[in-house]
Design a protein around this ligand. Structure first.
Ligand code: ARG
Length: 463
């Protein structure tokens, strides 16, 4: 609205309308239309409360509540015309209500402000995203459990520094991610419980003189209680920041698994085969099958971290209560939420559809002197050596095998005894990878029995 007509919602004190540039920088309707359903739910609860407390008539409240439903279906059906001059979703909805109902529409905004309205809408929206992420994580955890169960005793190399360390089981490796994603889920649930307080009725910043019932609107919108300080409630965006930080940690976990899938699906590793449904080809190299979904997942984390940092910067240093800076809270959260949901779905699909190459895992597990620790432990247990000495003797045997171009179990007993005469035939029992993993029976260790116990525990939890 770059002519001189002033805003129909707040233009009373203005002689001229905003400059086109002012309108462009001020409007949020281009993105906050995504809050339409939450805005309408909040307004419907508010109208019902205004009638229940006798602030407006039942008749007006009924008309308002019906009108709001009409608007919701117009928006969902795509027939609603959004206006930039009306700035945001709140005023777009209210202006349309006025078109539909005339005078009663003007009573809806009694005892509230756009400040408590937007804080309420955005909380409701973030809460829905937390619920969606919870579902996405649960599905991913189930897919990992299925993989873990199928290969609870398949041996593979465990790495540190991406160098072969000790044999572990495929099931154990999958279950490591179950732990991570379950923590993500629990963090989101914690955040949800903390954010579930209603700002509605805090009005602009100070509360209202109308005898409203904030318990009623809180209940109606599924909040646990009304927020206790009006200044805080209208200017608090912790709920969005907590969501973004939970999302960031989750995205970091996704990126680690994604990176492993990229490595594991390479011709050099061949630990897993990703399904065609989650791979792409090359336009020039016919042999290629690229793990693009995993690579994109590895990259998505950047946008999500970025959103978290960006909102922290928006909020830092803002004096109480509302400042228009806070309108900049939404786009980043929308983008991060969209990225997270897509990433979770893509990871779930990849994990569900991939197949682990049991033989390649096993061959890799047996190479790289992966059972050197088992040999050292055997020397401690069976020959009574102090661990440091056993470590040293094993190091000499590794060097000997390396020089001979063979693995530890390929050394003869004579070669072994040349390093330590106390070594007997029994040592060969611990040099095999199956015995190695089977021996790691400490709680949380890689022994298949331990892994199966963890799978059973998590299956009980996620159903
Ligand atoms: N579109 C605004 C936002 O998202 C709504 C709140 C406007 N409040 C105000 N005092 N101008 O922040």
């Amino acid at each position: 609205m770059s002519d001189n007509s002033s805003n129909q919602m707040w233009g009373g004190r203005f002689a001229a309308g905003p400059d086109a540039i002012m309108e462009a920088i001020n409007a949020s309707i281009g993105f906050d239309k995504r809050l339409a359903a939450q805005d309408i739910a909040g307004s419907r609860a508010h109208a019902a409360m205004l009638a229940a407390t006798g602030i407006i008539s039942d008749k007006d409240a009924e008309a308002i509540r019906e009108g709001l439903l009409t608007i919701l279906s117009e928006i969902e059906g795509g027939s609603f015309t959004f206006s930039t001059a009306l700035e945001d979703i709140h005023m777009n909805v209210e202006a349309r209500l006025k078109e539909l109902l005339g005078e009663p529409a003007g009573r809806l905004h009694t005892a509230r402000s756009r400040n408590d309205q937007v804080a309420t809408d955005f909380r409701l929206w973030v809460r829905d995203q937390i619920d969606a992420a919870d579902e996405g994580l649960t599905a991913l955890i189930r897919a990992l459990l299925t993989q873990a169960e199928a290969g609870a005793d398949w041996v593979m190399p465990g790495f540190t520094h991406l160098q072969t360390a000790q044999p572990v089981t495929w099931g154990h490796h999958m279950m490591a991610y179950v732990e991570m994603f379950a923590r993500d889920r629990s963090r989101l649930r914690d955040a949800r419980a903390r954010m579930n307080e209603s700002p509605l009725g805090c009005a602009a910043l100070a509360g209202t003189g109308f005898a409203i019932d904030r318990e009623m609107t809180a209940r109606e919108l599924g909040f646990d209680r009304p927020a206790a300080n009006s200044l805080d409630a209208v200017s608090d965006r912790d709920f969005a920041l907590e969501f973004l930080s939970c999302a960031s940690i989750c995205a970091m976990h996704l990126s680690r698994l994604a990176e492993e899938l990229v490595i594991w699906s390479s011709a050099q590793f061949r630990f897993v085969t990703l399904s065609d449904r989650f791979s792409t080809g090359s336009s020039i190299m016919p042999q290629k099958k690229n793990p693009d979904a995993a690579e994109l997942l590895r990259a998505k984390v950047g946008r999500i971290f970025g959103a978290n940092v960006s909102l922290m910067m928006v909020m830092k240093g803002l004096p109480l209560a509302y400042s228009k800076d806070m309108q900049e809270d939404k786009e980043q959260v929308f983008d991060a939420a969209d990225s997270l949901m897509l990433a979770l779905a893509a990871m779930e699909g990849m994990v569900r559809d991939m197949s682990a190459n049991r033989d390649a895992l096993r061959a890799a597990a047996a190479s790289g002197f992966s059972t050197a620790t088992d040999l050292a432990d055997w020397l401690v247990r069976e020959a009574g050596l102090p661990f440091r000495e056993a470590h040293h003797a094993t190091g000499s045997l590794v060097a000997m095998a390396e020089k001979a171009g063979c693995d530890l179990p390929d050394l003869t007993l004579e070669q072994m005894q040349s390093v330590n005469p106390a070594i007997t035939e029994g040592v060969y029992d611990v040099l095999g990878v199956d015995n190695s993993v089977a021996s790691r029976t400490s709680y949380g260790g890689t022994a298949p029995d331990q892994v199966r116990a963890q799978i059973a525990r998590w299956k009980e939890i996620v159903g």
